[in-house]
Design a protein around this ligand. Structure first.
Ligand code: ZN
Ligand code: ZN
Length: 113
């Protein structure tokens, strides 16, 4: 059995999802940096969940290797949410479930809310 189930959010693994190698090019792209800044500014740089200073622009539809090149997912403001670190962890923690293969690559994940 090469596939194992892992609960994201345990020991901050949600953040590791965001920095998967296939996503690095996107997160380093000028288009994302521009969008992230403009979006953050549009909500006054405040966390949309608790009102503290926001630091992470979260994708409501989680990026995957399939959609990471689709600007309607990656750069559309309707898919973005500015969060502080605590809220970002909370948003990812309870409900994100994903499978990884034997190389640690994420295969699928889903909301169970
Ligand atoms: Zn917050
Ligand atoms: Zn996120």
């Amino acid at each position: 059995m090469l596939i194992s189930f892992v609960w994201a959010g345990l020991s901050g693994s949600a953040l590791r999802i965001d920095m998967k190698p296939w996503a690095e090019t996107f997160y380093n792209s000028p288009a994302w940096k521009r969008t992230r800044y403009a979006y953050s500014k549009s909500v006054a740089h405040l966390c949309e969940r608790c009102g503290e200073p926001g630091v992470i622009v979260h994708h409501k539809v989680q990026l995957t290797p399939e959609n990471v090149h689709d600007p309607s997912v990656t750069l559309d403001w309707s898919n973005l949410m500015l969060l502080c670190r605590d809220c970002h962890a909370a948003v990812h923690k309870p409900e994100k479930r994903y499978k990884v293969d034997e190389l640690g690559r994420v295969i699928t994940w889903e909301d169970s809310k």
